[in-house]
Design a protein around this ligand. Sequence first.
Ligand SMILES: CC(C)(COP(=O)(O)OP(=O)(O)OC[C@H]1O[C@@H](n2cnc3c(N)ncnc32)[C@H](O)[C@@H]1OP(=O)(O)O)[C@@H](O)C(=O)NCCC(=O)NCCS
Length: 196
Amino acid sequence: MGMEKYNEDDNSEYLYGPEILQKLDFNKSPAKFNPPISATKPGEDWMVVRPLQRADYNKGFLQLLSQLTSTGNISRKQFDERFTQMKSSGGYYVTVIEDKRISKIIGAATLTIEQKFIHNCSVRGRLEDVVVNDTYRGKQLGKLIVVTVSLLAEELGCYKMSLDCKDKLIKFYESLGYKLEPGNSNAMNMRFEEPS
Ligand SMILES: CC(C)(COP(=O)(O)OP(=O)(O)OC[C@H]1O[C@@H](n2cnc3c(N)ncnc32)[C@H](O)[C@@H]1OP(=O)(O)O)[C@@H](O)C(=O)NCCC(=O)NCCS
């Protein structure tokens, strides 16, 4: 069911143009990589940093997200419709790390771009849904994916990039250039329903 609809060409479709990742200058980031790695040279020939593809439905992308929070049972059709919506609305930069040896997504982070009137019709970036597969943690991949989308935000003209995180991750994000701003570091939520 649906196999005929998702041929090879459809499957390799990117959420956003991958060329922009070539432009990112990792020397701009305060993050310390030892050994040095970047989006274009992630340190292993079996690893690639790239935009989300439709094919990632079958490469464990949703299983990876389920290590972050509940995803629910997302069908191929639901995934495909959401991918299409994100792509046509623009401003969604879901970025992944693939282990090409096993065709599995092992890391992900999303940059969303928020359009503003303030600051002369500026744009603001938000970092969301950061996760590295638990068996790959502690190998700089968290830093790699966060620095990638942070540099991407700058490249796309954002005047700032913001995130919410658990207290224990503050040091991790501080090492990548994020700051708790005195008097302006409160995240508040109004919950309308239990997440499904
Ligand atoms: C947070 C996360 C993405 C980090 O990925 P990772 O690949 O292990 O990160 P790195 O190897 O790049 O680690 C970078 C540094 O942060 C530290 N760090 C990573 N995760 C940490 C955690 N949960 N608590 C405290 N420190 C942490 C590491 O010790 C490392 O420090 P070092 O450079 O001084 O050695 C990963 O732990 C994860 O997916 N966690 C579950 C999902 C989650 O909490 N996402 C973030 C929501 S805000």
